[in-house]
Each structure stands twice: as structure tokens, then as C-alpha cells.
Ligand binder design. Structure first.
Ligand SMILES: *Cc1c(COP(=O)(O)O)cnc(C)c1O
Length: 408
């Protein structure tokens, strides 16, 4: 038997059925109109933001990275909870606007911004985190054509990366941001061109569970920001410290100690160099805010045995849960937290693999896990499904189409 990932705390059963925000999974599926279904919990998202605010220094704003989960009701919820939004495409700009979010609290990072995306962002008053000198030139030209002073920041490709992070976004040659030594020259040019200078953005990695690694990255980021501000010769209005806060997905993963991060950051912020004395700071988080607040529910449509191994074949799969299948940025496949939602908390009776309905051997939601005996019609729950689920999976693969989504 292979271990399953840790189910986030606080889930229990009523009459053997998994309860999400006070409602049985079976009732939620009926209310939504079937499976596969993503259920997102308002109270879990709210609790997560509240606890982060308690841990982080007041001076550090919290931004939500929209790409983790751009579902409209979630964006509206975050609009009541966080201080800003980070988008990574013109499509996400349309989604935040459709959710009624003020573009003035939105910043736009991401390589390969097209002219039409730059134009839409500049006209809306969104801050652009510039990824190259050429992108800066295009942004300035577009802004001039419309007589606007664009809000511009520079995304820095730092010399360091976030140790132990799942996806590295800094350190060495990267398509993201501008190599640190070229940043001061571009900052001077942007300021001289009359743009509204918005400072630096440095994102060094993602999905870290080691608080000390994040503390160290934030320390390095603050040092780098101070040095670049000094070399740019202008006060730094704003600095996005990146994020990288992870969540436990796999067997043995421990929750991130955000209190420790907040304490260390607080100590740094009271002893800042003069270049950063008036700087506003933010962090940008995706999965840490929504990942554990989502459950993916699918239904067993076939139960079969092959060479003595049990397969629970569901109506879900990697077309909604690419990450749980192990095909989204993981090197070695390990099991997410997965359970039989209609026999939740029951004793383990057998080893079974939960697979999806796609005709590919990649479509595995749980490999040889221990489960109570499940039958056709039972519901399977994949936890930690709130981030990079619906939005980061190939829903059109094999003509399957998207899953249902609901916020409760
Ligand atoms: C994807 C991304 C994030 C969010 O990452 P999470 O691991 O979901 O927190 C933050 N910043 C940048 C620049 C990103 O590209």
C-alpha cells in the first residue's frame, strides 16, 4: 500500500458522508447538478487569510495570485479579504474586472505580454511588472499613444532561488524578470520617461514548506531591493516580496510555520535601510490561500480487478486534477490526500487505485492507496484541490469538458 497525502484538519463525517462547511458531500453534488465537482469553502479561505494577518506584520499587504483559482465567486470573496490581486494575462484582467475588482489594486506579471494586453492594463490603471527592457519600451510607447502615465514596476530575476521550492522562478537564466544588474538602468529610464514608478517585484519560487527558507529568501529580497533602490537613485515606493508559501500535499508534508515567517519579517522591517524606510510591501500568494479550501468530488463509475489489483474508475480525472495525477511540476509521483467521501472515516479494507475516465495511463488520482471498500456510485474526494485544479488542467482533453464548481 502506498501512503496518501494528509487530509487538511477539520473535515468530519455525518452518517458516513464527508461534510464540507456543514453540508454532506452528497447534498452538495445534488445541489450543483452532479459530478465532477469542485467545492470551495468560504470559511476555510476566510480563516486562512485571518490567521495570516495575525502572523504577518501589519505593514505587509496580502495579494492574491489569481492564477491559482480564477473562479468568479472566489475573486469576489477575496475582494473582501485581501489588499490586491496579481494577474498573469489579459484574460485574468477581464476576470478580475468582471468580478468588480478595482484595477488600481491589480498588478500584472508574466512573460510574453501582448500589445493588446499591455494596452488594456495601462488604460485600466493596472500596475505592470515589466519582464524585459523591450516590454518596457512597448509599454511606454502604448502609454504615450494614449497620453497616460503608466504604473510601472520591474520584475527582478534575483540571483538567489527559494530553497526547497516546488517550482523555482529565480536564480540563473530565467524567462521571468530582468537580471538584477540591469534593473537600475531600466528603473532610471522608466522614471525619466514620466511613468508612475511602482518599484520592484521579486518572486523566487513556489510551494515551500520550510519557513526558514522563506525567511532567508525574504531577507535576501529586502537586501536586493535596498541595493537596487540605491543604485537607481530614487526612493522605492513599493516592493512585492513574492510568496512561495506552500501547503502540505504529500505524505510526510508538514504545514508551513507562518508565525515564524511573520516574526522574522517583523524584525527585519523595524531595522530597514533608509532606501526602504517609506516602501510599501506586499506578498503574493495563491495556493496557500485557496489550495486547502477546495475538494474535488467525482463518482465511481466502475470497479474492476486486473491481475489482482483493484481499480476504482471515476468520472473525474487529470483533465481537472492534473496536479493530483502527478503531471504538473512534480518529479516523483506521490499521492494527494484522497478519500471515499461516502464512506468517510471508515476503516481501511483494501488497496485500490483511483483512476480517471481518460484513456491514458497518466490518469491516476491515487495509486495503490488504502481505502474502505468502495462500490459503483460512491463519491471520491480529492483534497487540496482549491488551487491549480480547474484552472491548470486540460479540461478539453478527450472531449471531457470542465468540471462544475461551487463556493459554499
Ligand atoms: C504563480 C505565481 C504566484 C503564486 O504561486 P503560489 O505557489 O500559488 O502561491 C505568485 N507569484 C508569481 C509571480 C507567480 O507566477
Amino acid at each position: 500500500m502506498k501512503p496518501l497525502g494528509p487530509i487538511p484538519a477539520g473535515y468530519d463525517a455525518r452518517d458516513g458522508v464527508l461534510v464540507i462547511d456543514g453540508r454532506p458531500a452528497t447534498e452538495l453534488v445534488e445541489a450543483a447538478g452532479g459530478t465532477p465537482l469542485f467545492v470551495y469553502s468560504t470559511s476555510r479561505i476566510r480563516d486562512r487569510v485571518t490567521s495570516l494577518r495575525q502572523h504577518l506584520p501589519e505593514r505587509v499587504a496580502i495579494h492574491y495570485a489569481v492564477k491559482a483559482n480564477p473562479y468568479g465567486p472566489i475573486l469576489k470573496l477575496f475582494d473582501t479579504l485581501v489588499d490586491g490581486f496579481d494577474i498573469a494575462s489579459g484574460g485574468e484582467l477581464e476576470l478580475v474586472r468582471a468580478a468588480g475588482i478595482d484595477p488600481a489594486v491589480v498588478s500584472f506579471a508574466g512573460p510574453g505580454k501582448r500589445d493588446a494586453e499591455l494596452e488594456a492594463a495601462i488604460l485600466a490603471g493596472v500596475t505592470l511588472n515589466l519582464e524585459s527592457e523591450a516590454e518596457a519600451d512597448r509599454a511606454l510607447r502604448i502609454a504615450e499613444r494614449f497620453g497616460k502615465a503608466p504604473r510601472l514596476a520591474i520584475r527582478v530575476n534575483p540571483e538567489f532561488d527559494l530553497k526547497g521550492s516546488g517550482m523555482k522562478m529565480g536564480g540563473g537564466a530565467k524567462p521571468f524578470g530582468l537580471d538584477a544588474e540591469r534593473v537600475p538602468a531600466l528603473a532610471c529610464r522608466i522614471i525619466a520617461a514620466g511613468a508612475q514608478w511602482r518599484g520592484f517585484h521579486a518572486a523566487a519560487g513556489s510551494q515551500a514548506l520550510d519557513a526558514e527558507a522563506i525567511v532567508e529568501t525574504q531577507r535576501q529580497t529586502l537586501d536586493l531591493a535596498a541595493r537596487l533602490a540605491r543604485e537607481s537613485g530614487a526612493p522605492l515606493p513599493h516592493c512585492n516580496l513574492g510568496g512561495g508559501f506552500g501547503i502540505p500535499y504529500f505524505p510526510g508534508d508538514e504545514p508551513l510555520d507562518t508565525a515564524r515567517i511573520g516574526q522574522a519579517l517583523g524584525e527585519r522591517l523595524v531595522a530597514l535601510p533608509p532606501e526602504l524606510a517609506d516602501t510599501e510591501f506586499c506578498i503574493e500568494l495563491g495556493r496557500h490561500l485557496v489550495g486547502e479550501a477546495g475538494v474535488y468530488l467525482c463518482r465511481v463509475v466502475d470497479r474492476k480487478v486486473s491481475h489482482g489489483e483493484v481499480f476504482l474508475v471515476t468520472d473525474g480525472g487529470l483533465h481537472h486534477q492534473l496536479a493530483a495525477s502527478g503531471n504538473f511540476g512534480t518529479v516523483v509521483r506521490r499521492n494527494y490526500p484522497v478519500a471515499v467521501a461516502t464512506r468517510f472515516g471508515a476503516a481501511v479494507e483494501e488497496e485500490a487505485s483511483v483512476v480517471g475516465c481518460l484513456c491514458t495511463p497518466l490518469d491516476v488520482l491515487a495509486n495503490k492507496g488504502g481505502f474502505p471498500r468502495a462500490e459503483v456510485g460512491d463519491l471520491i474526494a480529492v483534497f487540496c484541490a482549491g488551487a491549480y485544479g480547474a484552472s491548470a488542467s486540460p479540461a478539453m482533453f478527450l472531449g471531457q469538458g470542465p468540471a462544475l464548481e461551487m463556493l459554499v
